[in-house]
Design a protein around this ligand. Sequence first.
Ligand code: SAM
Length: 290
Amino acid sequence: MPGYRGNDEIRRLEKRFKFKFDKSLGQNFLNDGQVLADITEGCQAGPDDLILEIGPGMGFLTMALAEKAGKVLAIEIDDRLIPILQQNLAFYNNIEIIHQDVLKADLKALIQEHRQLPDGRRLSNVKVVGNLPYYITTPILMGLLEARIEAESITVMIQKEVADKILAAPGDKAYCVLTLMLAYYGNAALVRDVPSELFVPRPKVDSAVVTLTLLPGHGVQTEDEALLFRVIKAGFSQRRKTLSNALEGGGFAKDRVQQALQEAGIDPKRRAETLSLAEFARIADQLSKL
Ligand code: SAM
């Protein structure tokens, strides 16, 4: 956002509203206009988009999004930020401030209600965007995916360490359950890294912006989705063990594991971190047949 003097503007509002940052709500606000612009570009906000913004804070990313999008729904939990948002965003007629906990909100109903504009136009795309409160990154992401909200993408600022997990490939150190769970729902790509000095107050960790483009179906076909997730979790429950030992340790019977791995053509001595999503699905499908 050109002309955004983050530190000055955040400090001005902080003073005026006697606002105190609440660490327990993950309040680290962006002070850099280029990052706001990169997030807006990363999600490709456009006039046909309804953007669901998680945690607008003081509303500077909200403004950048509203400049491009059809409408922005900004969901903020902290009641002390609501008057700040109302004042800061007063000149925008395409922003709706929703004072709710994103983990408890009925997002499907909110999307349904706000997609339709007063002039009769219906916004054709839904995109989720946010500089996430890091203490609830995984519950937010998994909640959005499991609720199967009707969105085409999720563009979020998260801890760099979590971004590395999401973007990892089989064999990488960061490859884990989260990598595979997200790959089941979409394709992840890095938008940019964000160093800690571009936030007020400055967090202890660096961050990154990632976009997950949601798939119309899933990253892999499987007979039983719940079983696939159980197999993935069991496989990673003891990272250093071989796949067959880890699956047995995760509650699958030894003879079933041996047979399923053989039928799936997977070497039982491999470790979970080397398996692709498709390979996990082959194992789960064999286990469900037995
Ligand atoms: N968007 C602003 C920015 O980029 O500068 C603020 C981002 S800050 C990292 C996270 C925001 O999420 C804070 O405003 C915080 O109050 C809000 N938040 C924390 N937990 C939340 C929840 N459960 N539901 C909605 N908002 C939440």
